[in-house]
Design a protein around this ligand. Structure first.
Ligand SMILES: O=P(O)(O)OC[C@H]1O[C@](O)(COP(=O)(O)O)[C@@H](O)[C@@H]1O
Ligand SMILES: [Mg+2]
Ligand SMILES: [Mg+2]
Length: 344
């Protein structure tokens, strides 16, 4: 072999080595750690990755192909649906149905549970197909949030509401996709949190954030200042404490983006009960549960101000919950301030 060929070989090896592990390979490697695993959950994670690629393409080109703006319908929450809410919803439902490993889906955009017809399938998916809808047209990062559960009803029968009304602690996987300056898929199956960045030059998600951990004590606090007057005295007292600590205030208004930033940098996000949303604004089954699973696996905490989010028994697929989530020491501090308010 000539020197040139040897050098070229070295370059090729270097290039190949520089490509991190792909999501696909990571999933397969992890699956081997569970001898009983048959690949169904792996397939669902792949289906989510596929749908995310398609949705990302639609988002990137939305201004060019006229899918910005309202769709002219309202969803079950009474919110005006954006065209991209509808597109993302369709794409994720299609990918999960065609993947054949999911028997039922609940979505922010659908009033009722969706029976996919895959009655032999063992899994349920709860999803917020497009999170941060109010930011779509402003080109601000948005996301997708998902939770995966094992069904409770017998395989081979139609899924029931009992299958979808499960507490967060029953999740077998939870995560989100962030559509920002780059697309990042982050998830946990209960064995740590890993983040994958999409490399569009090779069309693959590449492991870029292995074994993510959140700082015990961060210095970012994140909430909608416009709701301040509605907050409880304890929450207001904590916000004063944050200001006195010279913490940094950051609020994007897309839950996934605010969450991801705090996960990387350390911080706390909260959307408490307000007069407009007495039970909080965010939805337990397809916004709070998944992020609570991820944050706990990263060493943080998530509460509704009274209970651990993952212990809340749901009674309605679209029920809302106050959410306080992030660095464990900061969540403990808020809880202390809330506890103290009862004594004043
Ligand atoms: O505009 P507000 O009241 O601050 O609410 C922002 C919150 O609402 C949401 O946009 C709700 O999610 P959807 O966009 O999926 O409906 C969150 O992403 C975000 O954290
Ligand atoms: Mg949302
Ligand atoms: Mg949404």
């Amino acid at each position: 072999m000539t020197t040139q060929e040897k050098e070229a070989n070295v370059e090729i090896k270097k290039f190949v080595a520089s490509i991190g592990i792909t999501l696909d390979r990571f999933i397969s490697q992890r699956q081997q750690e569970f001898p009983y695993a048959k690949g169904e959950l792996s397939q669902i994670l792949r289906d989510i990755g596929l749908a995310a690629k398609v949705v990302n393409k639609a988002i990137m080109g939305s201004g060019l192909i006229g899918i910005e703006g309202p769709a002219g319908e309202r969803n079950v929450q009474g919110e005006e649906q954006q065209k991209l809410d509808v597109v993302a919803n369709m794409r994720f439902i299609r990918a999960l149905t065609k993947g054949q490993e999911v028997c039922a889906i609940i979505s922010e955009e659908d009033e009722e549970m969706i029976d996919t017809g895959n009655h032999e399938a063992k899994y349920i998916v709860a999803m917020d197909p497009l999170d941060g809808s109010s930011n779509i047209d402003a080109n601000v990062p948005i996301g997708t949030i998902f939770s995966i559960y094992r069904r409770k009803s017998p395989v081979g029968t139609p899924p029931t509401t009992e299958d979808v009304l499960q507490k967060g602690a029953n999740q077998v996987a939870g995560g989100y996709v962030l559509y920002g300056s780059s697309m990042i898929l982050t998830y946990t199956t209960g064995y740590g949190v890993n983040g994958f960045t999409y490399d569009h030059t090779i069309g693959e998600f590449i492991l870029s954030y292995p074994n993510m951990k959140i700082k015990e004590l961060g210095s970012i606090f994140s909430y909608n200042e416009g709701n301040y007057n509605d907050f409880s005295e304890g929450t207001k007292a904590y916000l004063t404490y944050c200001r006195n600590q010279k913490y940094t205030a950051r609020y994007i208004g897309s839950l996934v983006a605010d969450f991801h930033r705090n996960l990387l940098k350390g911080g706390i996000f909260f959307y408490p009960a307000t007069s407009k949303s007495p039970n909080g604004k965010l939805r337990l089954l397809y916004e709070c549960n998944s992020l609570a699973f991820v944050i706990e696996q990263a060493g943080g905490k998530a509460t509704d101000g009274k209970r651990r989010i993952l212990d809340i028994e749901p009674h309605d697929i679209h029920q809302r919950s106050p959410l306080i989530i992030g660095s464990s020491a900061m969540v403990d501090d808020v809880m202390q301030f809330i506890k103290n308010e009862q004594f004043h």
